[in-house]
Design a protein around this ligand. Structure first.
Ligand code: F6P
Length: 496
């Protein structure tokens, strides 16, 4: 009789819980399909090696749904009511935080009942996550809609590893300090073991406000505070560059790109913008610069087309309808003054497009305009670069997009300087092709190296490396720690 072989029981895969405002799926007819967007593909490698749950909202108010599985991920819907949609999503998330964190280029509204809804919805997300997470699980919370979740969850489940990543900019102190609930927000974030930002500027801004408002001590990359230690790092989000390259090289895309140019009347120059219709994106500044170039006769309206895809977004949040009106008036006025029958200079589409069509547009375009006044990263800039398989396109990129920190070889512009943008557009259209091709090759190298999978791995590795157990609470730690706080800020510390 053969001796029994010794077996070691396989390690159970760790449990990863992703917490994001939206679930990674959207409803199509009776079934669900994966939503477009980087987060889902960025997490794919992690999902393959872990048991993954995803806590989020379907995007439809008052929709009570049981947990369900999609592509191997356990989805845990959170209900958001119609009233909360208005006060939590359109209100505090997109009428207060979004404009404030984007340098207040649209004036943020501070409203107590929005803040109350924000707290209530964050608490619901934290409670749902606490129910779902296995003992010792790794939880990764995403973005500005859920900044209170880390501390709420830490209180409910001290055994968890908690990471938080902010996809949008974290503003300068002077702006952040306007927020009447600033201390609560910082305290919420400090519930995490690791807080990640897109750029080092965001990370520095956060360290400074944590010191000023809560007396946190800055020890290299770590903040030491009354609730423990939080590592603060920079993790610039990437894209699934290989997927974009595959689509860009497919014969269908090549055919469609040719077809697009033909449908546009074979222009000499095709300029492109692809954005959510949002006041942060600087769509109007491109139109202003184009208008000036046309007025001055530096661009031939018969030989140039500017395609602007403006994906509908947050229609009922403050500022969005006004931005739409402005952009549409400007596009209409350029076409009225410079277009011909069947020959619009600006082709404006207020519609979303699928990824295949976008990549065909990227391949068809000579110049890509990414000119936000402020942007956390801007993945469109990276997608455009990944699609330039023949190195032909030129990327014009705002200095105020997080992407500019990594993409120095783009034609960088200040979107508040219309003259500068005109010059950049001129350079992109008429400059030395060889120089532009060399720059594109360098850009591509970085976009393929620091891709979405790299980003997720870097963040999750930092979270896994969290070794030090939280220190015992400091007596009186529930207070703002005014004795540790920066004396210059003492008049500002505490709840305003
Ligand atoms: O850029 C921030 C972000 O929340 C992204 O994560 C998301 O894809 C986008 O804005 C759209 O936001 P919303 O969920 O409001 O449609």
């Amino acid at each position: 009789m053969p001796a029994p072989t010794e077996t070691t029981s396989p390690q159970p895969p760790r449990h990863l819980v992703v917490v994001a405002n939206r679930l990674p799926v959207r409803r199509v007819g009776e079934s669900w399909e994966r939503s477009p967007g980087g987060l889902v593909s960025a997490l794919e490698p992690a999902v393959r090696t872990s048991r993954t749950s995803w806590v989020g909202w379907t995007g439809v108010p008052d929709e009570p749904l049981d947990a369900f599985e999609h592509e191997g991920v356990d989805l845990r819907p959170v209900v958001v009511s119609a009233d909360e949609l208005q006060r939590f999503y359109e209100g505090f998330s997109n009428g207060t935080l979004w404009p404030l964190y984007h340098d207040a280029i649209f004036v943020p509204t501070f409203q107590e009942d929005w803040w109350e809804a924000y707290q209530a919805v964050n608490r619901r997300f934290a409670e749902r996550t606490a129910e779902v997470a296995s003992p010792g699980a790794t939880v990764w919370v995403h973005d500005y809609q859920l900044q209170l979740v880390p501390a709420m969850l830490r209180e409910l489940r001290p055994d968890l590893r908690i990471g938080f990543f902010l996809h949008i900019p974290f503003p300068a102190q002077e702006l952040f300090l306007r927020l009447p609930w600033r201390t609560e927000v910082v305290r919420g974030l400090l519930g995490a073991d690791v807080v990640g930002f897109q750029t080092s500027v965001g990370a520095d801004n956060f360290r400074l406000v944590a010191r000023r408002l809560l007396g946190a001590r800055i020890e290299a990359r770590t903040l030491v505070h009354a609730g423990g230690r939080t590592r603060v790092g920079t993790y610039p989000v990437g894209i699934d560059a290989e997927r974009i390259r595959e689509i860009a090289e497919s014969p269908d895309t090549v055919r469609r790109a040719r077809e697009i140019r033909a449908e546009l009347g074979e222009p000499d120059t095709l300029l492109l913008g692809v954005d959510r219709l949002d006041y942060t994106k600087g769509i109007e500044v491109r139109l202003r610069a184009l208008r000036a170039l046309l007025d001055e006769g530096r661009v031939d309206p018969g030989r140039t087309v500017f395609v602007q895809i403006a994906q509908p977004s947050r229609d009922d949040a403050p500022g969005y309808a006004e931005t739409r009106t402005l952009v549409e008036q400007m596009a209409g006025s350029i076409n009225g003054d410079f277009g011909g029958i069947g020959a619009a200079v600006v082709q404006y589409l207020h519609q979303g497009q699928d990824l295949e069509e976008l990549v065909a547009l990227y391949r068809a375009a000579d110049v890509m305009l990414v000119t936000p006044f402020r942007d956390g990263m801007n993945l469109v800039a990276k997608e455009y670069v990944a699609a330039q398989v023949d190195l032909d396109g030129v990327l014009i990129l705002s200095e105020f997009a997080g992407a500019a920190h990594q993409m120095k070889q783009a034609v960088l512009v200040n979107p508040f300087d219309v003259r500068g943008l005109e010059a950049a557009m001129d350079e992109a259209v008429n400059g030395d092709r060889k120089v532009h091709r060399r720059r594109m090759a360098l850009l591509r190298r970085a976009v393929f190296r620091d891709d979405a999978a790299w980003w997720a791995r870097e963040f999750l590795d930092a979270l896994e490396r969290r070794s030090d157990p939280p220190p015992p609470p400091v007596p009186g730690s529930s207070d703002t720690g005014a004795t540790h706080a920066d004396p210059i800020g003492s008049g500002l510390v505490g709840r305003a």
